[in-house]
Design a protein around this ligand. Structure first.
Ligand SMILES: [Ca+2]
Ligand SMILES: [Ca+2]
Ligand SMILES: [Ca+2]
Ligand SMILES: [Ca+2]
Length: 212
C-alpha cells in the first residue's frame, strides 16, 4: 500500500476538481452543438451562415486569383452602368529583363447551371430559376467551377433596365464585375432553397486594385 504526504495529496485533489469542472464544460458544449444541428435538420432549413461562408470562400478565391491581374491585360469593357458578368485577364508571373511576364489568358464567368437553361423556368427543380455557376478557365485547358447556386441577378436586381438596388449598375447578374480607374469591384449573390421552400440569399463584395 502506498502512502502520500498530506500536502501533496491536497494539491492533487484540487487538480482533480479542476479537471472535473473543465470536463463538464466540454460536455455541455457538445450537447449544445448537437441540439442546434438536430433543430436545423428537423426544420429542413438552409443555414444562412453556411451560404454566407460559401459566398465568402468563393469571393476569397477570386480575389486571390485576381490579386496580380494587370489592368492592361483586360480588354473587356467593365465600366458602369453595365459592368459585366465575365472577363478575361492575365496575372503577373514575374519579370524578364525588367519586363513583366504574364501568365495564360484566364477567364472568370457566370455561366448557366448545366441543368437550368436561361428560359425563366426552374428546369432542374431546385427552387431557383435560371441559376448559374462561377467558372474559371484558361488557355491551358483548365476549367474550374468556383461556386454553384449563383443567382441569375444580384440581390435586389431584376431585368427591367433600371438600377433597383442602387449600386450604380443596371440589371447586373449574380456575378458582377465593374472597373473604375484601377479598381475592380466584384459582387456576387448566392441563393439556396431549403426543404421548407424558404430561399436563403447571401451576397459578398470585394474591391481590389489591379496592376498597371
Ligand atoms: Ca431555366
Ligand atoms: Ca434551378
Ligand atoms: Ca444594380
Ligand atoms: Ca434592374
Amino acid at each position: 500500500m502506498m502512502h502520500h504526504d498530506p500536502g501533496s495529496r491536497a494539491g492533487l485533489s484540487l487538480f482533480e476538481v479542476m479537471v472535473a469542472v473543465t470536463g463538464t464544460l466540454v460536455v455541455f458544449g457538445l450537447v449544445a452543438t448537437g441540439t442546434t444541428r438536430a433543430f436545423d435538420t428537423w426544420k429542413g432549413t438552409v443555414s444562412g451562415t453556411e451560404v454566407e461562408r460559401t459566398a465568402n470562400n468563393a469571393m476569397d478565391r477570386m480575389v486571390a486569383t485576381l490579386a496580380d491581374a494587370g489592368l492592361t491585360t483586360i480588354a473587356d469593357d467593365l465600366s458602369a452602368p453595365t459592368g459585366g458578368s465575365e472577363f478575361s485577364f492575365q496575372v503577373r508571373k514575374g519579370y524578364t529583363a525588367g519586363a513583366v511576364t504574364w501568365g495564360p489568358v484566364t477567364k472568370i464567368a457566370w455561366v448557366p447551371d448545366p441543368g437550368d437553361a436561361r428560359d425563366n423556368v426552374d428546369n432542374d427543380g431546385d427552387g431557383l430559376v435560371d441559376e448559374g455557376e462561377v467558372v474559371m478557365s484558361d488557355a491551358t485547358g483548365r476549367h474550374v467551377v468556383i461556386v454553384r447556386n449563383v443567382a441569375e441577378f444580384l440581390d435586389g436586381e431584376t431585368e427591367d433596365n433600371t438600377d433597383e438596388n442602387g449600386n450604380g449598375l443596371t440589371d447586373e447578374q449574380g456575378l458582377s464585375f465593374e472597373i473604375e480607374g484601377r479598381r475592380l469591384h466584384i459582387r456576387m449573390t448566392l441563393a439556396k432553397v431549403g426543404a421548407d421552400g424558404e430561399t436563403v440569399t447571401r451576397s459578398a463584395e470585394s474591391v481590389l486594385r489591379l496592376l498597371d
